[in-house]
Design a protein. Structure first.
Length: 675
């Protein structure tokens, strides 16, 4: 009985449907019963078999674009993964041919081929391939957990393929059947006896009538989808192959994927080369795939773009869902609990977004009979997934934080910075709404200091996100702010006002300083007492510093006159011998220190810093950012301003012949040229 029956005792819609399907004699015999003009029984079309899929493919695979095209492959390989997760298959093979056919083979149990009890004369294999909502995943007898819930996956692939061949090796016999556009070409064929084979092979070719003649399966996309499945379940081996004509540098002709460490291996590969906020990857497992309720996760905090990739029963959930909700809750609660233990009061401001900013996350959950939003399964709706993930991650995260207080402290400080930055932006938006005359806007990449007064506040302008990440960890958050600039800023000496106005890096600096430029400069509105240019101790760093000095000289000359502009002097070398450590700013300084400060027979270790982003934040704080130990050079205009402007225009302006003449005039004075 439907819900309407429960509530009202009789379902009017069902009653009406019954009357339509079984007309009363009196109504059918009425001599003058005629249909409304233009709309009759002839206009009612009944679609049978798989025809609805071909008429409306968007209802089943999301459309007819490239994503929908590759969804066919996902449906087939997901069936194989269900066999593997259930413990029935250990190997899946994928092959893409130059003819556009893709085949997926597993060594599982094989689809049943015997006659179906409800359909006399028809094999179960044919029923599964040609009937919507036919499959073995509607209860938990055949599969504890699975990605196929509606029984439409393989039949949809069949409907949208102009050619599909399926082979089943079962009970040492091989069976084969062919289909075209959802219809069988013939009955199930018994090929013969096989002794060393079992499982199912599906080979199909997408229909050009549906996806267009130019729609082709992407080797790179299929290769990555295949590899991802191996990460999601460490108990299965994925074998990839394609024709030699399809192989590229990114897509090998053959590859084998087997990752016992699963998602942790994937995240480690994803973040390779990125600067980490904490060194270790938070990873773990709870439960067993194939049972009721299991979860695996791997989370890394880096200065990269990050992102959350989540899965349910190996199905990618691009739009997230309840399992991500459980993860967010567990991480936020765990970090807040740790903050209470360390008496970090600012942690009360934390939200899940603060904790997960710049995270690289892989989350995989296995649940029985999950609920998705839509047939394409882009979002998980099962409420039990929230509980499963929250419970599993909460204890594991607490133990992970307690086991490494140093890393936990770094993560907490970083998350608190995100929260404070978010609060600051919220207040700025409130100021923007409340004031129509003077608005305070700060660039998104600025990590501001907590004090509001300009006296004693310092702004470090650094090159790149990597250096910015190190500087943010090395700074004193109370009075030191960090503004990372990506790339070299515009050379303002040779640029038009339109280019200056359109340049984002310059706009970020002007907004961070808050004092305006040129005639609109206001000393009282300057937000920092010291503006410190901090670039790498190499040629590129010197070039960026020159561009920044030129900007301040031209656009904010009064800031320079008032003595606010400085150059940081990061070292190029770290020299250690025993317990003694000194830093050298350049090669000449290193040689001097080696000659005068390091004697004896013990080994002297010399480390050359590649850049600020590669320097450990503790070293950066000690050598370059701490007022107690750093060296700063103040930028001042010692000569006549007009003469200085002539020199700047000559060296930085838009006339290359002036720079060439300067090089010729001064070449004789070069004594140490590093080539």
């Amino acid at each position: 009985m439907s819900n309407a029956d429960d509530l009202f005792g009789e379902n009017p819609a069902a009653k009406a449907a019954e009357e339509v399907s079984t007309p009363r004699r009196k109504a059918s015999s009425a001599p003058n019963a005629t249909a409304p003009s233009g709309y009759s029984a002839m206009d009612i079309e009944v679609l049978e078999g798989l025809e609805p899929v071909r008429r409306r493919p968007g209802m089943y695979v999301g459309g007819t674009d490239a994503t929908a095209l590759h969804h066919l492959f996902a449906e087939v390989i997901d069936n194989c993964m269900d066999e593997a997760i259930g413990g029935h298959a250990s190997r899946i093979e994928v092959h893409l041919g130059a003819d556009g056919y893709v085949s997926v083979t597993d060594n599982g149990r094989g689809i049943p081929v015997e006659e179906h009890p409800k359909f006399p004369g028809r094999s179960t294999l044919e029923i599964i391939l040609t009937t919507l909502h036919a499959g073995g995943k509607f209860d938990s007898k055949a599969y504890e957990t699975s990605g196929g819930l509606h029984g439409v996956g393989i039949s949809v692939v069949n409907a949208l393929s102009d050619d599909l061949i399926i082979e089943v090796a079962r009970d040492q016999m091989l069976y084969r059947q062919s289909f075209s556009r959802g219809k069988p070409k013939g009955d199930v064929e018994t090929v013969g006896r096989v002794n060393n084979r079992r499982g199912t092979m599906v080979k199909f070719h997408p229909d050009a009538d549906i996806f267009g003649a130019q729609a082709h399966l992407s080797p790179l996309r299929l290769f990555r989808m295949t590899r991802a499945k191996a990460y999601l379940f460490g108990g299965v081996e994925l074998r990839w192959s394609c024709d030699e004509s399809l192989a590229t540098n990114d897509v090998p002709a053959k590859a084998v994927f087997h990752y016992p460490d699963g998602l942790k291996d994937f995240v480690a590969n994803r973040i390779e080369g990125e600067t980490r906020i904490v060194d270790d990857i938070f990873a773990g497992k709870a439960g067993r795939p194939g049972s009721h309720g299991a979860v695996e996760w791997a989370i890394a905090w880096t200065l990269g773009d990050g992102g959350v990739s989540s899965y349910c029963n190996t199905i990618p959930t691009q739009d997230g869902g309840t399992h991500e909700t459980g993860m967010r809750s567990a991480l936020l609660r765990g970090l807040k609990n740790y903050a209470e233990l360390t008496k970090t009061k600012a942690a009360s401001l934390l939200t899940a977004d603060d904790v997960l900013a710049n995270c690289s996350v892989m989350l995989s959950v296995f649940v029985r009979e999950p609920e998705f939003v839509g047939q394409t399964k882009d979002k998980l709706a099962s409420s039990e997934a929230t509980r499963i993930v929250d419970t599993a991650l909460r204890d594991a995260f607490d133990h992970w934080l307690a086991a490494s207080p140093h890393q936990a402290g770094k993560l907490l400080d970083w998350a608190v910075e995100r929260a404070e930055e978010r609060q600051r932006r919220r207040k700025e938006r409130e100021i923007d709404r409340a004031s129509a005359t003077r608005k305070l806007r700060l660039p998104g990449k600025l990590a501001d200091c907590t004090q509001t007064a300009a006296g004693g506040a310092e702004l470090f302008i650094v090159e790149g996100d990597s250096a910015g990440g190190s500087a943010k960890q090395a700074r004193n958050r109370s009075n030191q702010a960090v503004l990372p600039l990506r790339g070299k800023i515009l050379n303002v000496a040779g640029a038009s006002r339109e280019k200056l106005a359109a340049n984002q890096l310059i706009s970020d600096m002007v907004q961070a300083l808050g004092c305006g430029t040129r005639d609109r400069y206001r000393e009282e509105d300057l937000r920092y007492d010291k503006i410190i240019i901090m670039t790498d101790a190499d040629v590129d760093g010197a070039h960026i510093a020159s561009l920044l000095i030129t900007f301040f000289f031209q656009e904010m000359p009064k800031l320079v006159d008032q003595g606010h502009l400085y150059l940081a002097m990061p070292p190029l070398y770290r020299i250690s011998q025993g317990g003694k450590t000194l830093y050298a700013h350049d090669d000449k300084h290193r040689e001097e220190l080696m000659r005068t400060e390091f004697t004896g027979k013990s080994k002297v270790e010399v480390t050359r810093f590649k850049g600020l982003g590669e320097m450990p934040f503790a070293h950066l704080r000690e050598t370059t950012m701490s007022p107690k130990t750093r060296v700063l050079q103040q930028v001042r205009i010692l000569d006549d301003r007009d003469e200085t402007k002539i020199t700047v225009d000559r060296l930085m302006g838009n006339k290359p012949e002036s720079r060439f003449a300067f090089i010729q005039e001064n070449a004789a004075f070069v004594t140490d040229l590093d080539i």
